[in-house]
Design a protein around this ligand. Structure first.
Ligand SMILES: Cc1cc2nc3c(=O)[nH]c(=O)nc-3n(C[C@H](O)[C@H](O)[C@H](O)COP(=O)(O)O)c2cc1C
Ligand code: SF4
Ligand code: SF4
Length: 397
């Protein structure tokens, strides 16, 4: 067995497989089911000052789920009297930390955090509904309308509301405060640095991505029944975007990063860990597969680590980042590597090559490295490892 335990900002998770904030962890019962079914730690649905109005029903599409990522529709009083005590008890039985997700502006954090502190080992500060200019919300539906209609995230330009919210959380809670960020362009590195400077103990990346839109062609209308047809998407469609955000943040800050966005398999989790995440969170895939998904993924991750001779999770965290530092930029042609003994004669490489560098002779492909342009198309299509693109690693030291 591999050692799945990982400590993130002082939170000792049993494994790096955690729930992401969503309705799947939106009541005490659901949190207890997630703990019982083998999650490495608990994270709650986001609690804010006012309950969120009911969002449109999520819609499953290829590559993910369309939704409006609001926050809990249950009032904070119900969380404090019922859900959080249940979650605390379940976390204690399972021996795992409980992270309470809170939002959003400093004024809301000031009022919410003292109420949840007695139950929390850590806080996660959601930034999805941060509004410039501060102030506590008085109309939850208006906040959602305002945020849903904007493109881009204002904290990418001015992180002041984020900084204020982090400082408010740190002022009211002595444990670790994780800051959760939406997916962004390369400016996410600066936003993460601002969160770190304000006192954040870790970064979670990322929220779901939006606004997006898809069409239900049978009904000939947008798939998601929101006011403007816009939706947010979580699931495998956003994994590469979330991975790039994690990779950029991990190189920019000295605090740990937790990855979220499209984790559906052990290999996906490993990708996040190698990109610099110390743990992963999952919402969409677990919403469709149920709370058993967490324990099952942790077991598969264990098998993957053992089969690849890693002693534990810690061995792979940041491995891809460290190896990236040794990568030579691919600015020149590198002919691919061809092993005829692996060729099964499928002809796909001949069909792929625009440079006539590879062609069929009988049942085998024949390759001329002098004609090869190193585009990699044939290697992508080759069903065996007969064709492999070499990765240029600079010599160490
Ligand atoms: C239905 C739904 C509701 C969500 N609500 C919240 C929320 O209240 N707070 C939050 O920080 N993230 C929320 N998220 C975002 C997820 O926590 C997660 O960051 C995102 O979906 C990417 O992970 P995934 O691809 O595993 O779904 C929500 C996601 C979904 C699908
Ligand atoms: S794609 Fe691969 S297996 Fe198929 S013919 Fe070319 S080298 Fe052989
Ligand atoms: S890498 Fe590109 S140029 Fe080289 S053989 Fe394959 S398809 Fe042709």
């Amino acid at each position: 067995m591999a050692d799945l335990r990982i400590s993130v900002a002082g939170l000792d998770f049993k494994s790096p497989v955690l729930p992401a904030s969503s309705p799947a962890v939106g009541t005490g019962d659901r949190l207890a089911a997630v703990a019982k079914n083998g999650a490495g730690g608990l994270v709650t649905h986001t609690i804010s000052l006012l309950p969120a109005p009911n969002p449109p029903t999520p819609v499953k599409i290829r590559g993910g789920m369309l939704h409006l990522p609001t926050w809990s529709r249950y009032p904070i009083g119900r969380w404090v009297s019922e859900f959080l005590p249940q979650a605390r008890a379940a976390a204690d039985i399972a021996g795992i930390p409980l992270v309470v997700s809170v939002g959003f502006n400093a004024e809301e954090v000031d009022q919410v955090v003292p109420k949840v502190v007695p139950f929390a080992d850590g806080l996660e500060l959601s930034s999805q509904f941060l509004r410039p200019g501060g102030g506590a919300m008085s109309d939850a539906a208006a906040v959602i309308r305002e945020v849903a209609s904007r493109h881009g995230n204002p904290i990418a330009k001015d992180p002041t509301p984020l900084r204020d919210a982090v400082q408010a959380a740190k002022g009211a809670f002595s444990g670790p405060v994780l800051v959760k960020l939406p997916p962004m362009g390369p400016e996410i590195a600066d936003v993460a640095r601002a969160a770190e400077a304000a006192g954040a103990d870790g970064i979670v990346a990322t929220h779901s991505f939006g606004p997006v839109m898809t069409i239900d062609i049978e009904r000939a209308r947008p798939s998601f029944a929101s006011d403007d047809g816009h939706a947010w998407i979580g699931g495998t469609a956003i994994r590469a975007l979330a991975l790039r955000n994690v990779f950029d943040i991990a190189r920019a800050v000295g605090i740990p990063v937790i990855g979220a966005g499209g984790v559906a398999s052990a290999a996906d989790a490993v990708e996040f860990l190698m990109s610099g995440a110390s743990a992963v969170q999952i919402a969409t895939e677990a919403s469709t597969r149920g709370p058993e998904f967490y324990g099952s993924l942790a077991r598969k991750l264990d098998k993957w680590l053992v089969s690849h001779d890693y002693a534990g999770v810690r061995d792979v965290v940041g491995l891809g980042v460290r190896n990236w530092q040794r990568l030579e930029p691919h600015t020149h042609t590198i002919p691919l590597i061809y092993d005829p003994s692996e060729c099964i004669g499928c002809t796909l490489c001949e069909l792929s090559c625009h440079y006539h560098a590879i062609w069929m002779e009988g049942e085998k492909a024949v390759f001329d490295p002098n004609l090869c342009f190193g585009c990699g198309l044939c290697a992508v299509r080759c069903p065996t490892d007969a064709l492999v693109m070499p990765v240029a690693l600079a010599s160490e030291g």
